[in-house]
Design a protein around this ligand. Structure first.
Ligand code: GLC
Ligand code: CA
Length: 542
C-alpha cells in the first residue's frame, strides 16, 4: 500500500481495520493427544475465532525446530514441524481461514537460525566453507575469551566457542540460535526466497521477529555500561548500541518490503522494542518498511490514566504522515495482562486497546482473562528462566504460555483426558474457560465479543479520528472517536473511586453502547456522568 497516506476511508487495508489475534500454536488446541497444540487443532477452532470478530491470526513459529526456544530456533524456513502437522495441514488451515474472509500472518525469524539448520551445519564445518560467512564468526580475544563484551538476552555472553574451528559465533539468545550475517548479500537473498515460499502459498503477512536486531556493528566494539541499569536483568547492564537498531537495518527491511509489495495485500509487522523517535523510523522514510512497527508501550506503561493519556497523545503526535498506528497489550514474551493490571482493569485495558486509533493485537486467552500460571520449578522450560533461576519469576515466559482454557473437562478441552499438557493448566480453568463464559452474558468473553463486534461495525472506532477529552478527574482517561456523523466517547476509570464528571462540553446526552460491567444500558446525562470504580464506558454521541 505505497499510497496509504492518501487512502480515502473506503480504501483502508485489512491490516488497518482488522484485529490481529496471536495464537501460540503449542498452547491453543492439541488434536492428536501429545499434549502440544497443533495446526489441525487450530483448524477445529475457527468458529471460535469468528466469534471474536478478529480479522487475522498470527501464528508463532510453526517451522521445523529443535525447540530450544520453542520454535524461534528454526532449522528449515520452508516446512512445518511434525509436532504441528504438515504443509498440507497448513494449506488446509490457510484455505479455511481465507474461505471465512480471514487472514493468516506467519512468524518470520530472520535474525538467527537453529544451530541444526543446514546453513549453520555447513558454516561451522570449516573456516573455508562457502557458508562460513553466512553467520557471525570472530577470533577469540587475546586472552582466549569472547571477542567482545556483548551479552545474550537469555543470560551469559552472546558468544559461544566452536572447538573444531577455533572461533566464536554470535547468538543474542540461546547458544543454539546462531545469528545470520546480513552483511553478506547471499543471506538476504536466501531470506527473501523463504518469504516468497510462504507468500506464493498465500500467506497474508509476516510478524518479523527481533527485526531491529538484524544488523550488528561492523567493528564489533564493546558496548558501554548502561548508567540506568536497575541491577536485575544482567542483559540490561549494557547499552545495546552496537547490537540493536543499527542504521543499516533499514536497507534490509526495505528489501523485505519490496518482496511483499510484489504481491497484493500482504503486510509485515515488526517486533521492535524502541522509544518513539527510533520506532517511527521503522515505517520507512517513504513508508517503505514495516506496515506496522509493533507499538508495545501499553505493556510497560504505568497503569495510570494520565500517564497512559500522555503516552497515547505522544504516540499520535510522533507518527509519521501516513503511518498507521497500532497497539498491543500482551504477547508470548510478556506477563499476562490480567496479572499485570488485575482482573478488574483487564476489561478497562481491553476497552482501551479496542477503541484507540490503530490496529489492535490481542493475545490468545486474554479475552477470557487468563492470568499468569505459576510454574513449579520442575516444569520450567523457557530458556531465560532455566538459565537464570534467581530471576526466573521475572524473565520466565512459561506463565503466559499455558494451554488455552476451553471448558471445564479434564485438560480444559485443550488436550484429551489423561494426557500431560506441555505446560500446566491454570488452577482456575474449571471456572475460567470459554464454555462457561459463553453462557454468561456478563463475562469477560461476552464483553470482549460485544466490544469487538461494535468496533468492527463502526467506521468511527476503526478508522475515525482520535481526540482526548479533559475529564477533570486524574483517574479517568476519556477520548472521542469520530468519522463523519458517527461519534463515540470512551470514558475509562483506571482507579477504584467513583467519579462524577461533567462532560457536557462534548454533548448533553449520549447512549450507552457498552460498559465493562455489561449491565448498564440507556441514555446518560453528560453533565452528570457517573463512572464506577474500574469502569469503562463506550458511549455513542448523537
Ligand atoms: C522474540 C520472540 C521471543 C524469542 C526471541 C528470539 O523476542 O518474541 O519469543 O525468544 O525473539 O527469537
Ligand atoms: Ca498435538
Amino acid at each position: 500500500m505505497p499510497n496509504s497516506s492518501k487512502a480515502s476511508p473506503e480504501q483502508y487495508a485489512w491490516w488497518q481495520t482488522g484485529i490481529i489475534y496471536q495464537v501460540y500454536p503449542r498452547s491453543f488446541q492439541d488434536s492428536n493427544g501429545d499434549g502440544i497444540g497443533d495446526l489441525p487443532g487450530i483448524l477445529k477452532r475457527l468458529d471460535y475465532l469468528d466469534s471474536l470478530n478478529t480479522e487475522a491470526v498470527w501464528l508463532s513459529p510453526i517451522s521445523p525446530s529443535p525447540m530450544h526456544d520453542f520454535g524461534y530456533d528454526v532449522s528449515d524456513y520452508c516446512d512445518v514441524h511434525p509436532i504441528f502437522g504438515t504443509l498440507a495441514d497448513f494449506d488446509r488451515l490457510l484455505a479455511a481461514l481465507h474461505e471465512r474472509g480471514k487472514k493468516l500472518i506467519l512468524d518470520l525469524v530472520p535474525n538467527h537460525t537453529s544451530d541444526e539448520h543446514s546453513w549453520f551445519v555447513e558454516s561451522r564445518s570449516s573456516r573455508d566453507n562457502p557458508k562460513r560467512d553466512w553467520y557471525i564468526w570472530r577470533d577469540p580475544a587475546p586472552d582466549g575469551g569472547p571477542p567482545n563484551n556483548w551479552l545474550s538476552f537469555f543470560g551469559g555472553p552472546a558468544w559461544s566457542y566452536d572447538e573444531q574451528t577455533g572461533q566464536y559465533y554470535l547468538h543474542q539468545f540461546v547458544k543454539q540460535q546462531p545469528e545470520l550475517n546480513y552483511r553478506n548479500p547471499e543471506v538476504l537473498a536466501a531470506l527473501l526466497d523463504a518469504m516468497r515460499f510462504w507468500l506464493d502459498r498465500g500467506v497474508d503477512g509476516f510478524r518479523v521477529d527481533v527485526i531491529w536486531l538484524m544488523m550488528k556493528d561492523a567493528l564489533f566494539r564493546d558496548e558501554p555500561l548502561n548508567p540506568a541499569w536497575d541491577g536485575i536483568n544482567p542483559h540490561a547492564r549494557l547499552e545495546h548500541i552496537y547490537t540493536a537498531n543499527l542504521p543499516e537495518v533499514h536497507e534490509l527491511i526495505r528489501a523485505m518490503r519490496g518482496v511483499l509489495d510484489d504481491y497484493d495485500g500482504r503486510m509485515m509487522v515488526g517486533e521492535i522494542y524502541l522509544p518513539n523517535a527510533e520506532l517511527m523510523k521503522y515505517y520507512g522514510a517513504q513508508l517503505d518498511e514495516c506496515h506496522l512497527p509493533f507499538n508495545f508501550q501499553l505493556i510497560n506503561a504505568p497503569w495510570d490514566a494520565q500517564a497512559v493519556r500522555r503516552m497515547v497523545d505522544q504516540y499520535e503526535a510522533d507518527l509519521p504522515p501516513g503511518g498507521w498506528p497500532n497497539w498491543v497489550l500482551g504477547n508470548h514474551d510478556q506477563h499476562r495482562l490480567a496479572t499485570r493490571v488485575g482482573p478488574q482493569q483487564a476489561r478497562v485495558a481491553n476497552m482501551l486497546l479496542l477503541t484507540l486509533r490503530g490496529t489492535p493485537t490481542c493475545y490468545y486467552g486474554d479475552e477470557i482473562g487468563m492470568a499468569d500460571v505459576p510454574i513449579p520449578p520442575e516444569f520450567i522450560q523457557d530458556p531465560p528462566a532455566v538459565n537464570q533461576p534467581e530471576i526466573a519469576h521475572i524473565v520466565g515466559r512459561d506463565p503466559e504460555r499455558t494451554p488455552m482454557q476451553w471448558d471445564s473437562t479434564a485438560n480444559a478441552g485443550f488436550a484429551p483426558a489423561g494426557v500431560q499438557p506441555w505446560l500446566p493448566l491454570a488452577a482456575d480453568y474449571q471456572e475460567r474457560n470459554v464454555a462457561a463464559q459463553s453462557m454468561d452474558a456478563t463475562s469477560m468473553l461476552s464483553f470482549f465479543r460485544s466490544l469487538t463486534g461494535l468496533r468492527q461495525s463502526s467506521k468511527a472506532l476503526t478508522v475515525g479520528d482520535y481526540a482526548p477529552v479533559d475529564t477533570g478527574a486524574g483517574d479517568v482517561f476519556a477520548y472521542t472517536r469520530t468519522h463523519g456523523d458517527e461519534r463515540y466517547l470512551v470514558v475509562l476509570n483506571f482507579g477504584v473511586h467513583v467519579h462524577l464528571l461533567d462532560l457536557s462540553q462534548i454533548s448533553a446526552v449520549a447512549d450507552i453502547a457498552l460498559t465493562t460491567n455489561m449491565q448498564t444500558t440507556g441514555q446518560v446525562d453528560l453533565a452528570r456522568l457517573e463512572v464506577a470504580p474500574n469502569e469503562g464506558l463506550l458511549l455513542r454521541l448523537p
